[in-house]
Design a protein around this ligand. Structure first.
Ligand SMILES: NC(=O)C1=CN([C@@H]2O[C@H](COP(=O)(O)OP(=O)(O)OC[C@H]3O[C@@H](n4cnc5c(N)ncnc54)[C@H](OP(=O)(O)O)[C@@H]3O)[C@@H](O)[C@H]2O)C=CC1
Ligand SMILES: O=C(O)C1=N[C@H](C(=O)O)C[C@H](O)C1
Length: 237
């Protein structure tokens, strides 16, 4: 497959190496110091893989709106309006959008869906994520995705980085740690009376995300328009 790669930072560089090693081709790379826009790519491509910055989204979706090119959106830190625009684009183009391409987090979501209804009446739920000191957005996209899984109907208040005085309410606390070279850790803590259950995922290298994103791109080529996630990519081929 021929790929338009958006973003040439830590993830973009790993994706480039892996695509070439698998025999795929790169039609062009868009980044601050390379091609400025997807419209500058002259060679044809089958799919777009985006690991960049939310500021790129508008131009990417404008391109996809015209060409209906399959797109894998991996960037995090979008506003709710931007997420709505991604969903809208998926009405006319095939889109994989996920904040985390690892198998572990995909399975962790399944586990949370199963156990949260059993525990939530008697256990408090908190989310802790840890990442490297170069990460721009907080909390992580994955933490937000996990909170959506814990709180699909929005019945819990979402409290970011709790501080001050006052008893815990009907809420989910979300806490972001930044430091060193931590690749990505996500914990959901269910704290009950005299017992605590913690479900934790640790990514030990960025390769898990790159492998998942390439799988998602391979999955998307030839698919009809729609919004797909890693459950579709990994389990519903
Ligand atoms: N879904 C998933 O599984 C994963 C998602 N991510 C997400 O992917 C994104 C990229 O991560 P990572 O590679 O680690 O980050 P980096 O900061 O290393 O790379 C970001 C890239 O985007 C470019 N960029 C930044 N701002 C703009 C802009 N306004 N317009 C065009 N290009 C821009 C940067 O260019 P320059 O270097 O010149 O500034 C750089 O090439 C992040 O949002 C991260 O959270 C990361 C890992 C896994
Ligand atoms: O920026 C990162 O590095 C990561 N970002 C994603 C997120 O925001 O959840 C996924 C992963 O944890 C690494």
């Amino acid at each position: 497959m021929r790929v338009a790669l958006i973003g040439y930072g830590m993830m973009g560089k790993i994706i480039e190496q892996k695509l070439l090693a698998k025999g795929h081709e790169i039609a062009g790379i868009v980044s601050m110091d390379r091609l400025q826009s997807i419209n500058d790519i002259r060679d044809p491509f089958d799919v777009i893989i985006d690991f960049s910055h939310p500021d790129n989204l508008e131009s990417l979706l404008a391109y996809v709106e015209i060409h209906h090119t399959p797109i894998v959106i991996s960037t995090t830190g979008f506003t709710s309006e931007q997420v709505a625009a991604i969903k809208h684009a998926a009405l006319r183009s095939p889109v994989v959008y996920t904040a985390n391409f690892s198998l572990g987090i995909t399975v962790m979501q399944e586990v949370l869906r199963l156990i949260t209804p059993i525990l939530e009446d008697s256990f408090d739920m908190e989310v802790i994520e840890k990442h490297h000191n170069k990460k721009l957005d907080a909390p992580s996209g994955t933490a937000k995705m996990l909170v959506e899984t814990l709180n699909p109907d929005g019945i819990y208040a979402e409290v970011y980085g709790r501080e001050g005085n006052g008893k815990r309410q009907k809420e989910i606390g979300i806490h972001a740690v930044r430091g060193g070279s931590i690749v990505g850790e996500h914990s959901v803590i269910y704290a009950g009376e005299d017992e605590v259950l913690e479900i934790k995922h640790e990514a030990h290298s960025k390769h898990v995300f790159a492998n998942g994103a390439i799988k998602a791109a391979e999955f998307l080529v030839g698919k009809p328009a729609g919004l797909y996630d890693m459950h579709d990519v990994l389990f519903r081929k």
